[in-house]
Ligand binder design. Structure first.
Ligand SMILES: [Zn+2]
Length: 321
């Protein structure tokens, strides 16, 4: 614990005998004291204080400990709020804490604050030649990612990408998903698996159901709402519109997520962390994001590091898909 010198000098001063039990018992200490006092001609009051302090150090240490305890706690609190950077409505935070040694460096930790899995990648020049570190937050324990010499530099230069869900999810291929739009026959699949418009690569196994704006969307499979966006207003036929898509993502018990995209503005009726059963109303279709016609995009995904994800094959009830 680092203590301000000014407080030491403000301790009660009183005249004490130059010799004392501790000095006579500890010759080494006495010798050091003598040298110091001779080399440095301090004024008598100050010298008397140090002589007294040498004897009374256990008492002083105890008094300082008691005095500093609440200050220490409040200082730590103030610093920890300064050295914390949070993302996605406090889904997870980076926490910087000074190391116990004299290196002056800070340990970078990341910790999640909601009980749902998230895979993230931190990009920072403080992280060695690779300049990134991955963390899968499977529980609420903090994970150490590296060290930095400067919290301000770290927070002003770092980047983070994340994907909700479980990186080690193994999709239960036995599961039969309900159609998210009912009755199923009224909502044709306008783009299926391997669709040329956008169903390739990471979205290879997704389905698009044609539906006019405002059609109720029902959960194809139960789980916990892990992510939503509801305030997107724009939609268009190019990938740069993708960030405007409103959506609901539901974490399934096998670690995959069911994702429902292009919902209308304010067309999400569920909240993060809410438990959902199959067939439950979760929102209304729209045309937000990377979308040229009102429709619902539904896919089942596994989370990856670097903000990536991968769709997996799934089967619909009453369907050969
Ligand atoms: Zn789609």
């Amino acid at each position: 614990m680092r203590l301000p010198t000014v407080r030491l000098l403000a301790a009660p001063q009183q005249k004490m005998p130059a010799t004392s039990s501790i000095i006579t018992l500890r010759r080494g200490l006495h010798k050091w004291q003598g040298k110091w006092l001779h080399k440095k001609p301090a004024n008598d009051r100050l010298r008397a204080f140090f002589v007294w302090a040498l004897d009374a150090w256990p008492l002083i240490a105890w008094a300082l400990f008691i005095w500093a305890w609440p200050l220490q706690a409040s200082a730590t609190h103030a610093l920890s709020t300064q050295r914390e950077g949070c993302f996605d409505e406090r889904r997870f935070c980076f926490l910087l804490s000074e190391k116990d040694d004299t290196s002056g460096s800070y340990v970078i930790r990341v910790q999640r604050y909601i009980d749902l899995p998230v895979a993230l990648t931190l990009y920072s020049t403080d992280l060695g030649y690779k300049a990134h570190a991955n963390a899968f937050l499977a529980n609420n324990d903090p994970i150490v990612l590296g060290e930095t010499q400067s919290p301000s530099r770290f927070f002003s230069t770092m980047r983070v990408k994340w994907t909700v869900g479980n990186i080690s999810a193994a999709h239960n291929s036995e599961y039969r998903y309900a159609s998210p739009l009912q009755p199923q026959q009224n909502y044709p699949i306008v783009q299926g698996v391997n669709g040329k418009f956008s169903h390739f690569g990471v979205s290879k196994y997704a389905l698009d159901f044609g539906a006019s704006e405002g059609t109720p969307v029902l959960a194809a499979r139960g789980g916990i709402v892990i992510d939503t966006k509801r305030n997107g207003k724009k939609g268009g036929p190019t990938p740069d519109f993708a960030k405007h898509a409103n959506y609901v993502a539901i974490l399934h018990d096998d670690g995959t997520t069911g994702e429902y995209y292009h919902l209308k503005y304010e067309g999400v009726v569920v909240k993060r962390e809410q438990r959902i059963t199959q067939g439950q109303l979760i929102g209304y279709t729209g045309n937000t994001g990377f979308s040229s016609l009102p429709h619902l995009h539904f896919g089942v995904y596994v989370a990856k590091f670097h903000g990536r994800y991968q769709s997996v094959p799934f089967s619909l009830q009453n369907s050969r898909l």
